[in-house]
Design a protein around this ligand. Structure first.
Ligand code: AMP
Length: 176
């Protein structure tokens, strides 16, 4: 099974992924972490993607799709994986369907925007400035939000309305 965490910036996807990982020993693929690692190691990919991360834009689909495909191939003997931050648009969702054929479940973390912005401003990552946060929200609305409909249509989406990560995790547990 593939467990996808879908939600706006600051919704706690990374924290939830770690809670699920600890409880069930399921590996996490985090697209943001993968990209930040490439950036910090100053690899060729890192150099190509840094301007997207530092402006809040999505990195080009070809780059992220192939990074994620490689990770999934490395984890092909696992029964389940958690994915945090991918897919972020419909192209990526289609690419993912091609590399992972088994069951898919999408948890959509729906939190009020004010809570999200407050959290991000207190987190202090390099892309957590007011200007970049605003752009990341726009990109989320335009590119990622349509995936909610996409996954609702295929009947794999579960919406979670809690705010605290612990409450979100409890709801997820009742499903898993
Ligand atoms: P995150 O850690 O998920 O908040 O992602 C941080 C940044 O990495 C985003 O603002 C994008 O620039 C980039 N990024 C992460 N995941 C993706 C993705 N699936 N597609 C394109 N860009 C991504």
């Amino acid at each position: 099974m593939i467990i996808i965490l879908l939600g706006a910036p600051g919704s706690g996807k990374g924290t939830i992924a770690e809670l699920i990982q600890k409880k069930h020993q399921i590996p996490i693929i985090s697209s943001g972490e993968i990209l930040r690692a490439e950036m910090n190691k100053r690899t060729e990919i890192g150099k190509k993607v840094s301007r997207f991360l530092l402006s809040g834009e999505l990195v080009p689909d070809e780059i992220i799709n192939s990074l994620i495909e490689n990770k999934i191939k490395q984890l092909r003997y696992e029964q389940s994986v958690i994915i945090d931050g991918y897919p972020r648009n419909q192209n990526q969702a289609i690419a993912l369907n091609k590399v992972w054929k088994s069951e898919l479940i999408v948890f959509y973390l729906d939190l009020p925007k004010k809570t999200l912005v407050d959290r991000l401003l207190h987190r202090g990552r390099v892309d957590d400035t007011e200007k970049i946060i605003e752009r990341r929200f726009e990109v989320y609305l335009n590119e990622t939000q349509p995936l909610i409909d996409y996954y609702t249509r295929t009947d794999v989406l579960i919406k979670i309305n809690e705010i605290s990560s612990m409450e979100i995790f409890k709801k997820i547990e009742t499903v898993l």
